[in-house]
Write a protein that binds this ligand. Sequence first.
Ligand code: 11C
Length: 320
Amino acid sequence: MLAEFQKEGKFSIDSVVAFASKKSKGKKVSFGDEELTVLDLENYDFVGINIAIFCAGSHVSERYVPIATEAGCIVVDNTSRFRMKEGVPLVIPEINKDKITEYKNHNIISNPNCTTIQMLLALHLLHQKAKIKRIVASTYQSTSGVGKAAMDELYNQTKKIFMNEAKKPEIFPKQIAFNCIPHIGEFMEDGSTKEEWKMQEEAKKILEEDIKVTATCVRVPVLVGHAIAVNVEFDQHITEEEAREMLSEDDGVLVQDKREDGGYMTQIDVVQENAVYISRIRQDDTVKHGLNMWIVADNLRKGAALNIVQILEILIKEHL
Ligand code: 11C
């Protein structure tokens, strides 16, 4: 996406380098029409590098982000390592792009978790009209949230089951083919998981509001695309028509909501799409001011890469 944005003239990059662990040193990765040779992150001198994007897991960020920032490099971090750190901006550009300037505190901007991004992008405008009191979210998250090895496990397990050659799962705690696993991220003391905790805490930090979020995060046998069923309780009434109208005009969001067979979006429909799609908008009359909706997005786009390059575009144009 970085190369795509550069091609579209959204920013220009003088030079780009790719890093990974020693294991991947020398491998080739594509960057638009170019091919980059992967360098070893260990002992790399970041002096002279303006911006680094980290997306290799929290433990890598924990060790190497401080080395990069101390060398004067601004880091856009796609991991959870610094998201909740005081002074580190956690940014979804459509919602809080003004926070980007706070990169100056620690030379870090954090990219939120994918489910947080798609849920808040769908809800932030409604929150301006009627304050959100509580969100009940159930997620249906694809294997690409874990990475390529997890996608391979789904693909290979599915094939092997058809061939009667079932094999023990290696990446997921249970069989993922033809199954759903209610467990994403490590378990917390209260019985929730880290992914569920992230949805609550990141939402509060981004909206700067003490809203209640209770989530159940579930891994489903899908390669790309996360879906979230949300039930939202507001402090005042908002009709489904008002919600549909507001969402139809919202940046980054598209409403696809016909009450007929196939009149809603699913994960397969949003692969390689930049927008967050909203379907099944309807009143929830079991609470005073409630709405239900179904939110689907490509977790590798708006949930990760797209949000990062949008942050970069603003950072470069407006702050550097
Ligand atoms: C998943 N949402 O689907 C996770 C992946 O904190 O950035 C992203 C984890 C994170 O497993």
